[in-house]
Design a protein around this ligand. Structure first.
Ligand code: MN
Length: 705
C-alpha cells in the first residue's frame, strides 16, 4: 500500500528507515489533500512550502516525527483539519509538534527594543517545550525567507526584521551556524536592498580580481601542509555580505579596507593536528601580531571551536585562516551546540543551566555519533525556563514574571497604581478572576476602577515581591487612616463626657499634647487612640487641661456609634457575630482597634470583669445600610434536594448565603450550618421564620458561641 504513495524527492530522506519514509509519504499525501486549491504568494501550490521545510530538516538529519510534523505544520491553521485528526492519523507526538508550531505562529513580535527581543526569544523557547518545535519553526522561517520576494513590501520588511532580531539569534544560540548566516544574509537583503546589492556586487568583483592570487595562496597552503605530513583539506571561504557590512559599521571602515582580508579554512582530523597545522602555516607566512585566537582551548559561548589566525600572504595581502577538526566543523555548520542559554558573565550558571548544558551536549553526541533514535527522543523534551513566564501587555511589551504569577502580579508589574486599583483582568480577550495564573504567551489586560483598593485576600496568592510589598503598604496606610477616623470619634465621645467639645480645642493645645505624648502628628495621636494604644479619656483630659482622675476615666458617659462601615478599624467579633438590633459592647485592645461583641457573648464575660478599662459602650447607628453576617443552624431531614430548598428560601427572604457547612453523615437528620447576610435582627427573624415553614426543617437556631 505504501508503495502507491511516494515523496517528490525520496533521496533527500534516504537516511531514514523505509518504514519512516512510508509514513512520511502518507503525511505528504494528507497535507497535499488538506492544502488542495491553496497557493502561495508566488503562485506555487501550497504543498511546495511544507515539503521544502521537511527537506531543510532532512538536511539536518532530524527524526521521522519531526519531518511528518513539518509536512503538516500549517494544516491546523490554514485548513479545517483538527489536532485530534492529526493525532488519530499520525500519533500524538506528531500532533503535539504541529500544535507547538501553530502556537508560535500565533504570537507576533512588535517592539524594536533589544530587551524586548531578548524576552521574545525566551518566550518562544519557553513555549516550545520541545526543541524540535523550534527547529521546525526555524526551517519554516528559512523557507519563507528564501521565498520572501513574492510577498508585498510592507509585510516583507516586518518579517525580515523579525528574522534579524528573533530567529537568527535563536539559530546562533542553538549553534546552527550556516542557518544563522543564511537568515542574516536574507534578512539584510530585504531590510536594506540597495546596500545589499552594492556590497554583494563589490564582493563579487573583488573576488574576481583576486582569483589568481587566491588560487596561488590556497595551493601554497596545501603544499606546505602536505610537506609537513599533515592530512588536511583546504577551502576558500566566502565572506558573508552582512558580516562585511557589520564590520564596516562597527569599525568605521570602507569596503576596500574590510575586504582586504580573504578567508580560508583548514580542516584536519584531530586536535593535535590543528596545532601542527598552525605551526606549519606560521612558518609559511608571517602571522599578524595580536590576531591569533585559540577557541579550541576556550570555546565560544555557543560551543564554537577553532583556531583563528591572520597571515600576511603573497603581495602583502592579509589572509584569515581558521583551523579546526572535522567534528568541530560539523558542529559549527549545523550542530545543536552547547550553552544555548547563557546569561551575563557576572551570573553564575544555575543548576538548571548546567542541566540544560549537559542535556544539549548529550543531544549533540546522540545526533552526531549515530546513537539510538529512541534515546534522542527522550532527550528533546525539556522545560527551558521552569521559573519564568513571559506575558504580553496590551501594548505588545513582554513582561517576565515568576512561574505561578497571577493577574494581580501582572497588574503591579505594569504599574503600582494599576495594581492598587485593579478590579478584574482579561486574558487573551476573556474576563478571568484576578487570581488566575498566567501562562507563556498570554496577552493580559487589567481593568481598573478609580475607587478600588487592594484586597488583603490577594496576599494569599500573589507571587512577586513587588505586588506583596505594595499591597501590604497600602493596607497599612489604609488601616492607619481608618484608625485615625475611629480615634477621632472615640476622643470626641470622651471630651463630651467631660462636657467639652472637640471643636473648642485650639491648635496650641493640640501641639502641646502631640509633643508631650511623643507622637509625630495629630493624625498619629488619633490613630493611636483608634488602635487602642492610648486611652481616649486621658488624651481628652490633657486637651482640655483637666487634672487626671483615673476613676472618672474608666467610666466615660455616652457611647460610640457603630456604622459597620469603618473598615479595618472596627471589627465585628466572629464568636458572636453581632448584628444591628443586638445589644453590643466594644473592646479596645492594643494594636487591634475596636472589636464589637454582643453584650451577652459568652467569650467576653471574664475580660469584662477583670479588665473593665478595656471596654467601652457602643451602639448601632440606626441609619446603617450594609449587610451583616449571622450564623444559623438548621436541623433537617436528610433527603435529596433539601439543601436546594433551604438555599432558595434564604434567597427568597432577601438574604445571601456566605458559606455552608454540612455534617457528612447518613443519619435521618443532619445539621446544616449557614453564614447568611442580613440587615438586622428583624431581617434575620424573617429568614428563620421562612425556614421553619419548610416541612424538612425540624429545628432552626441562631448560632452565637
Ligand atoms: Mn509555514
Amino acid at each position: 500500500m505504501a508503495a502507491a504513495v511516494s515523496l517528490p524527492n525520496p533521496d533527500r530522506f534516504g537516511y531514514l528507515k523505509p518504514k519512516d519514509v512510508a509514513r512520511l509519504a502518507e503525511a505528504y499525501r494528507f497535507s497535499e489533500a488538506a492544502h488542495a486549491g491553496q497557493t502561495r504568494q508566488s503562485g506555487d501550490p501550497y504543498i511546495s512550502h511544507p515539503l521544502a521545510v521537511a527537506e531543510i530538516l532532512a538536511d539536518w538529519h532530524l527524526d521521522g516525527q519531526t519531518l511528518m510534523a513539518a509536512l503538516l505544520h500549517d494544516v491546523t491553521e490554514d485548513t479545517s483539519v483538527t489536532k485530534d485528526e492529526i493525532s488519530d492519523t499520525f500519533g500524538k507526538p506528531v500532533a503535539e509538534l504541529v500544535d507547538g508550531v501553530s502556537k508560535l505562529d500565533r504570537i507576533e513580535f512588535q517592539s524594536a527594543e533589544d530587551a524586548q527581543a531578548e524576552n521574545f526569544r525566551k518566550m518562544l523557547l519557553a513555549m516550545a517545550r520541545d526543541v524540535r518545535v523550534i527547529l521546525i519553526k526555524l526551517a519554516d522561517r528559512l523557507h519563507n525567507m528564501r521565498t520572501l520576494g513574492a510577498v508585498p513590501p510592507a509585510k516583507r520588511s516586518r518579517i525580515a526584521r523579525e528574522t534579524m532580531e528573533i530567529y537568527a539569534p535563536i539559530a546562533n544560540r542553538l549553534g546552527l551556524n550556516s542557518l544563522y548566516h543564511e537568515l542574516q544574509e536574507l534578512a539584510f537583503s530585504h531590510l536594506y536592498p540597495s546596500r545589499y546589492k552594492v556590497l554583494a556586487k563589490a564582493t563579487k568583483a573583488a573576488r574576481g580580481n583576486r582569483r589568481e592570487m587566491i588560487g596561488r595562496t590556497l595551493e601554497a597552503l596545501k603544499r606546505k601542509l602536505s610537506e609537513s605530513g599533515i592530512e588536511a583539506s583546504v577551502q576558500g571561504r566566502e565572506k558573508h555580505v552582512y558580516s562585511t557590512y557589520r564590520k564596516m559599521l562597527e569599525k568605521h571602515l570602507s569596503f576596500s579596507e574590510v575586504h582586504d582580508i580573504f578567508g580560508c579554512r583548514v580542516i584536519v582530523k584531530d586536535v593535535p593536528a590543528c596545532y601542527l597545522a598552525l605551526g606549519a602555516l606560521h612558518s609559511l607566512y608571517k602571522p599578524i601580531p595580536g590576531k591569533f585566537k585559540d577557541y579550541i582551548a576556550i570555546p565560544k559561548a555557543n560551543g564554537y571551536q577553532s583556531l583563528h589566525t591572520d597571515l600576511i600572504g603573497p603581495y602583502g595581502v592579509p589572509v584569515e585562516v581558521q583551523v579546526r577538526t572535522e567534528q568541530m566543523h560539523r558542529i559549527a555548520q549545523s550542530g545543536v551546540a552547547s550553552h544555548w542559554i547563557y546569561k551575563d558573565d557576572t551570573d553564575k550558571l544555575s543548576e538548571l543551566q548546567k542541566q540544560t548544558h549537559r542535556w544539549l551536549q548529550s543531544l549533540l553526541e546522540i545526533q552526531h555519533q549515530s546513537g539510538d533514535p529512541q534515546e534522542f527522543l527522550e532527550h528533546v523534551k525539556v522545560d527551558l525556563f521552569p521559573d519564568e513566564v513571559y506575558v504580553f501587555t496590551p501594548k505588545g511589551k513582554i513582561l517576565s514574571l515568576p512561574r505561578g504569577a497571577t493577574a494581580v502580579d501582572f497588574a503591579y508589574a505594569v504599574h503600582t497604581d494599576i495594581g492598587n486599583r485593579c478590579v478584574a483582568a482579561k486574558v487573551n480577550g476573556e474576563l478571568v478572576p484576578l487570581r488566575t495564573e498566567l501562562r507563556n504567551g498570554d496577552r493580559a489586560e487589567i481593568i481598573t476602577a478609580s475607587h478600588a483598593k487592594p484586597n488583603p485576600g490577594w496576599l494569599q496568592y500573589v507571587r512577586t515581591a513587588k505586588a506583596r510589598s505594595n499591597i501590604r503598604h497600602f493596607l497599612k496606610t489604609m488601616q492607619y487612616e481608618e484608625s485615625a477616623g475611629l480615634g477621632e470619634r472615640l476622643l470626641d465621645q470622651a471630651i463630651k463626657a467631660l462636657n467639652g467639645s472637640l471643636a473648642e480645642v485650639d491648635d496650641a493645645s493640640w501641639e502641646r499634647v502631640v509633643r508631650d505624648g511623643g507622637a509625630r502628628s495629630r493624625e498619629e495621636l488619633l490613630a493611636d487612640i483608634g488602635l487602642g494604644k492610648r486611652l481616649p479619656a486621658v488624651v481628652a483630659r490633657r486637651l482640655l487641661k483637666r487634672g487626671d482622675s483615673t476613676r472618672e476615666d474608666a467610666k466615660p458617659g455616652g457611647s460610640v456609634v457603630i456604622r459597620g462601615t469603618e473598615g479595618m478599624a472596627v471589627q465585628l467579633a466572629t464568636c458572636c457575630r453581632p448584628i444591628p438590633g443586638d445589644a453590643i459592647v466594644g473592646s479596645i485592645k492594643k494594636g487591634q482597634g475596636l472589636v464589637v461583641h454582643a453584650s451577652d457573648c459568652g467569650s467576653i464575660v471574664r475580660s469584662r470583669k477583670n479588665e473593665p478599662d478595656q471596654w467601652i459602650d457602643v451602639e448601632w447607628d440606626p441609619r446603617t445600610t450594609r449587610l451583616f453576617q449571622a450564623a444559623i443552624n438548621a436541623m433537617v431531614e436528610n433527603r435529596r434536594g433539601v439543601l436546594a430548598k433551604v438555599a432558595s428560601e434564604i434567597a427568597a427572604a432577601g438574604s445571601n448565603i456566605d458559606s455552608i457547612t454540612m455534617a457528612e453523615d447518613r443519619a435521618v437528620f443532619t445539621n446544616m450550618h449557614f453564614v447568611v447576610e442580613v440587615a438586622n435582627r428583624q431581617h434575620l427573624a424573617r429568614v428563620m421564620r421562612a425556614l421553619r415553614r419548610l416541612p424538612d426543617v425540624k429545628k432552626i437556631t441562631r448560632v452565637r458561641e
